[in-house]
Write a protein that binds this ligand. Structure first.
Ligand code: AMP
Ligand code: MG
Length: 309
């Protein structure tokens, strides 16, 4: 997952807690072997090798479930979120290393191989066909959330319910610590050096943040995010940070990325269509932080929204 992992849990028996954490880590490693985009032997990468060949490939239960979910989000956002964005993301990865924009023809070529409509599902066989040559599925926007949910699930199976999993800043919150009725999560300020002014006080939910704080490239004085607008092929240039609270981390992760692309006007109204889900959209404009919240942000994050921890 290329992200630091932190697990916090409470259980009266340390042996039980250790076993639960070991199983959680093993589960995350297992999912990494499926979704890792940097590893040519991962299940996703092997599936992508069949793109455009007319082959349909039976996939694992995890890949199937996350693909079906991601295609649903892709449809709902009319492709602002697109799980087939891989070829364009690869171009931007190279641009980050080379610090220069790839030539326009490369974008045109990559765009030919992007489109969630070109994924054909065969539910009866749990099989997938990628219709266009060069297609690359990219689960970077959802796999962390999915891994967090899966890891919390195995910890629960081991009897450890009071747990928090932090995978690269995306969080899964299980039952709260003993004698508390919530976890307390600070949302990092978008302005470097500023202390947080937003907090999420919840339990049993997912909290995910998307933004360009760590992954961006500056070319000719313009800052491009690692999140790409599939409609233009260009990395987002508005400096934003989107935090989503949702019933699980998979949904929170997907929505945080999608809302980054959709921007506040469209994105936050869409968030309101999901039960028990809310979002905070911060945008840095010069020295000024613009703040947008979905309707239930205050209610779902513990009332006051932006006071003390
Ligand atoms: P996140 O940090 O969850 O917002 O995910 C960002 C990652 O999602 C990027 O590094 C890409 O791998 C992938 N990605 C970028 N743009 C999109 C997009 N428009 N739709 C789906 N995935 C994307
Ligand atoms: Mg995401």
């Amino acid at each position: 997952m290329a992200a630091p992992l932190r697990i916090i849990c409470y259980h009266p028996d340390g042996v039980v807690a250790d076993r639960a954490m070991a199983r959680a880590m093993a589960r995350i490693h297992q999912l990494n072997a499926i979704f890792n985009d940097y590893d040519p032997t991962s299940e996703v990468r092997r599936l992508c090798e069949t793109a455009g060949t007319g082959k349909k490939v039976q996939v694992s239960d995890d890949l199937w479930r996350l693909l079906v979910f991601s295609l649903e989000i892709s449809e709902q956002t009319a492709g602002a979120f697109d799980v087939t964005i891989g070829p364009i993301v690869r171009l931007w990865r190279r641009a980050r290393m080379a610090r220069e924009l790839p030539p326009a023809w490369r974008f045109d070529q990559a765009r030919q191989a992007v489109g969630y409509q070109f994924v054909r599902l065969y539910p009866e066989d749990r099989a997938v066909e990628l219709l266009r040559p060069g297609m690359r599925l990219d689960f970077g926007a959802v796999a962390k959330g999915y891994a967090i949910d899966a890891a919390l699930q195995v910890m629960r199976e081991e009897g450890v319910c009071s747990a928090l999993i932090d995978l690269g800043g995306d969080l899964g919150l299980g039952d709260p610590p003993p004698d508390r009725d919530h976890w307390n999560v600070a949302v990092a300020a978008i302005k470097p050096g500023e202390s947080p002014s937003y907090f999420v006080r919840r339990a049993r939910c997912g909290v995910a943040t998307s933004g360009d704080r760590y992954r961006f490239v500056v070319i000719d004085g313009k800052r491009y995010s690692h999140i790409v607008d599939p409609r233009t092929g260009v990395g987002l240039t508005d400096q934003s940070e989107v935090t989503v609270v949702a019933p699980n981390a998979t949904l929170a992760d997907a929505l945080a990325t999608a809302v980054s692309v959709l921007r506040p006007e469209k994105g936050l109204a869409w968030v309101d269509t999901f039960p028990d889900t809310a979002a905070l959209y911060l945008r840095l404009v010069g020295e000024h932080t613009e703040v947008y919240t979905s309707k239930r942000w205050k209610e779902l994050t513990g009332g006051t929204g932006n006071a003390q921890p």
